[in-house]
Write a protein that binds this ligand. Structure first.
Ligand code: SF4
Length: 220
């Protein structure tokens, strides 16, 4: 169990035993020699909604907390704007990622993008989480996550549309979001700016998001 999960569990977080067992195994994974361990993951909450990020940054790796830094603040502002504040989101939505370890820095700065082998290595954890959580709504955040859930497609075709995909013989909805990094210009220029507004509107109207929102009201 990560320090982050342990600290939240101390506060009587409802934790799912099957997910906790999976995360215990995940925490010990060292399959990728270039990745910086330990793996980072969210709280073990079984939820109708699953968010898939790309890979943790250095701050996430140090705190063992997904989306713990500036991009996370922007992302949680988006979710807050459609009714679910950060604390409630972390406790009500299953947070996962394409790769769970920090890929390290590129020689000229910026985070290294995980390679194909690392993405394939980590896929088994994502697949196992899908089998347990069985989400009805998946929110991939950023190009790598969108590609992992929807296949390769331009960001402008993925964001701002309600799409459907299958896993384990089940259909789930997909609402893609761009990466919230401040360095990205996509959300500040058209069509990205308008597509983000559309995506958040679709999220707000989705019945499973409304379920999370109702729960969030109970946590206030
Ligand atoms: S990135 Fe995923 S597969 Fe690779 S070592 Fe980390 S947890 Fe294991």
């Amino acid at each position: 169990m990560s320090r982050y999960v342990a600290s939240m569990a101390d506060r009587e977080l409802p934790s799912d035993p099957e997910l906790m067992a999976l995360q215990d195994q995940l925490g010990q994974c060292r399959a990728c020699p270039q990745m910086v361990a330990p793996p980072v993951y969210g709280l073990p909450v079984r939820s109708a909604v699953m968010m898939v990020g790309q890979a943790p940054g250095v701050h996430e790796q140090q705190t063992l907390r997904p989306f713990a830094w500036t991009a996370g603040r922007r992302l949680f502002n988006w979710f807050d704007s459609v009714g679910v504040p950060e604390r409630a989101f972390r406790r009500s939505v299953y947070m996962t990622a394409v790769c769970r370890c920090f890929p390290g820095k590129k020689p000229r700065g910026g985070d290294r993008v995980p390679d194909k082998t690392e993405i394939a290595n980590c896929r088994r954890w994502l697949d196992a989480e899908f089998s347990i959580v069985r989400p009805r709504l998946v929110i991939p955040v950023g190009r790598l996550a969108i590609e992992s859930i929807l296949g390769r497609m331009p960001l402008a075709q993925a964001v701002g549309r309600l799409l459907e995909r299958d896993a384990d013989g089940r259909t789930f909805d997909v609402l893609a979001l761009p990466h919230p990094s401040g360095a990205s210009t996509w959300t500040h220029t058209e069509p990205g700016k308008s597509l983000l507004v559309e995506a958040l509107g679709l999220l707000e109207a989705h019945p499973d998001w409304q379920g999370i929102r109702t729960k969030a009201g109970g946590m206030a």
